[in-house]
Write a protein that binds this ligand. Structure first.
Ligand code: C2E
Ligand code: MG
Ligand code: MG
Ligand code: MG
Length: 290
């Protein structure tokens, strides 16, 4: 084992670096192409009310399948898009597509909210509020049905405040994504008017295994209650996680337990199935109660 740390190891290390850099450059080029040709899709993940199983909203998640690279995760290509300047047009496409889709669902799935992720660079653009305004205008979506998911770091970045004020005037909601994983002090919660906190899935993963994670979740729920934030927990995969979150008063969850992100055309059926599930559950508990 120690031997591989010799010159061979260094050579191999250099090769890996070179190929990783090359791959990034290649990806960056393909990404420009994809942005130009709108070669993305949006998948939508339900946010489920724990009591009624009503789907109160969906989160739009971008998907990219490149003919050469195959499916590339947004965790990989969003940072590249932020670097090469493609995040602007890409983000605008996401907003427009999500708003148009939400508008289409407004009749059959009334009140279902659309959450859209906004990356730090996107929020930092001085024209961002205008982009949001235009997407709402052209889709004719009610602003209160749009929620923007922003991470703590992006919220507190210099220059974000006027944009957030403008977004507030437009009437869209703001959710703090990955809440609890940033490095910001809690005092920013006073300055920035967020509507909702999203409990990061790294904490949810610790339910049943880490007393610290469980304590942090309870603290976030208490904080949200006393400061008047709405709340959603993300990355809920198991029944025991749902039970814990329900026990401590988390009203809405999102995660593979209920559904992964789905293509738009599968959402109405998923919504119907989830509410059927809760009807059966209610009937069952009525029977056992009688
Ligand atoms: P995020 O906004 O925190 O999204 C949650 C991620 O967790 C999504 O991954 C989702 O598919 C995944 N997820 C949901 N439920 C579960 C679960 O129960 N278990 C596990 N293990 N994972 C779950 P995805 O779609 O790969 O997105 C990754 C990140 O990329 C997102 O994190 C977000 O930061 C970014 N992203 C995705 N779409 C967009 C977009 O349209 N615009 C921007 N700016 N960023 C996006
Ligand atoms: Mg998100
Ligand atoms: Mg998140
Ligand atoms: Mg995340």
């Amino acid at each position: 084992q120690v031997k591989t740390r010799g010159r061979n190891g260094v050579e191999r290390f250099k090769q890996t670096l070179a190929s990783a850099a090359d791959q990034r450059i290649a990806l960056s080029r393909r990404l420009r192409d994809a942005v130009e040709h709108h070669a993305f899709e949006l998948a939508y993940q339900p946010q489920v009310d724990v009591r009624s199983h009503r789907v109160s909203g969906v989160e739009a998640l971008i998907r990219w399948r490149d003919p050469e690279f195959g499916s590339v995760s947004p965790a990989t290509f969003i940072p590249i898009a932020e670097e090469n300047g493609m995040i602007g047009p890409m983000g605008e496409w996401v907003l427009r597509t999500a708003c148009a889709q939400a508008r289409q669902w407004e009749r059959d799935l009334p009140g279902m909210r659309m959450s859209v992720n906004v990356s730090p660079r996107q929020l930092a653009r001085p024209d961002f509020a205008d982009t949001v305004r235009r997407a709402l205008a052209s889709s004719e979506l009610a602003p209160n049905l749009l929620e923007l998911e922003i991470t703590e770091g992006a919220l507190v970045a210099p220059g974000a405040l006027p944009t957030l004020r403008a977004l507030g005037e437009i009437g869209v909601s703001i959710a703090i994504d990955d809440f609890g994983t940033g490095y910001s002090s809690l005092s920013y919660l006073r300055t920035f008017h967020a509507d909702r906190l999203k409990i990061d899935m790294s904490f949810v993963r610790g339910i049943g295994a880490s007393r610290a994670d469980e304590a942090i979740i309870r603290a976030i729920l208490a904080l949200a209650r006393s400061l008047g934030f709405q709340i959603v927990a993300e990355g809920v995969e198991r029944g025991d996680q749902l039970a814990f979150l329900t026990q401590y008063g988390c009203p809405v969850v999102q995660g593979f337990l209920f559904s992964a992100a789905l293509p738009a055309e599968q959402i109405p059926r998923c919504v119907a199935n989830l509410s059927k599930l809760s009807l059966e559950h209610a009937r069952h508990s009525n029977k056992t109660a009688a």
